[in-house]
Design a protein around this ligand. Sequence first.
Ligand SMILES: Nc1ncnc2c1ncn2[C@@H]1O[C@H](COP(=O)(O)OP(=O)(O)OP(=O)(O)O)[C@@H](O)[C@H]1O
Ligand SMILES: [Mg+2]
Length: 303
Amino acid sequence: MTATAEVEPAAEPRGEYMLELDDVGKSYGNVHALRGVNIRVRQGEVTCVLGDNGAGKSTLIKIIAGLHQHTDGVMRVEGKETKFNSPREAQARGIATVYQDLALAPLMSVWRNFFLGNEIRKGVALDVAEMKRIAGEELEKMGIVIPDMDRPVGSLSGGQRQVIAIARAVYFGAKVVILDEPTAALGVKQSGVVLKYIVKMRDAGLGVIFITHNPHHAYLVGSHFVILKLGRVVLDAHRDELTLDQLTGEMAGGQELAELSHELRAVDPGKTVEGHEVRHGSVGSPTVDSGSGEDAGSDDEKA
Ligand SMILES: Nc1ncnc2c1ncn2[C@@H]1O[C@H](COP(=O)(O)OP(=O)(O)OP(=O)(O)O)[C@@H](O)[C@H]1O
Ligand SMILES: [Mg+2]
């Protein structure tokens, strides 16, 4: 990925914080969406942020991406205290966000999407040939070959679309890339495609923030794990301090799962309930397999 060569500040020591949140909080009126959040994002690392619905993940990204401002605490970008007034300001400081749905304009072509807002011109006219060439090259570096750059993005697979959004962010100089649930709507194969690019970005020296519900995906690529619950950090651990089982258990909320399992077992399949026979499978298996729910898509399309 030579596009990132100029992005990676080779002189800086690895492990330097790209982004620091110190005791950051966010209130919407009297709703405390986030409280006392401490997060460190290093270059060359994947920081995974996990949490259930309403945990505060989107709120956290919005603060970092410049859509909202925190109401408490301090955010530092490359050591400098920062409060962004707009997403443009965040982008100018090298923070790119790839949103699940809003990443690209489905009716526009691949090259148009790639250069949206950053078009190359030759005089007053768009330099279409040059933009197609660069977009094609950048995607090829990511291992995605799209023969027709005029194809509308909406006709591509979900995994390919994510990769286009990622390649674009990297090409335009991102130092920190935030991915908001990039694998949530994808099947196994396409999730694999996206997870590979997360690793590529990490190895190119970027700081990656990977938001997900799925501890399995997080553990495959993550260097560092933060779990949010009701706006607070309930776990913050480096990969060496944590096994996949622990992460899965923490995500599922061990105690809550045990209770759920108990409740489900009370409805014993095969037993008679209110005089009717309950067939096997009709109440669902009491096996609680956390994390696999989001990714049950059967999207097998090749990327
Ligand atoms: N604009 C807003 N105004 C008021 N409350 C909000 C606003 N945005 C979020 N909240 C509240 O803040 C809390 C955290 O929401 P947030 O969207 O950050 O959660 P999340 O972890 O992204 O959840 P999900 O997994 O469902 O996307 C929730 O209680 C939510 O209702
Ligand atoms: Mg969210």
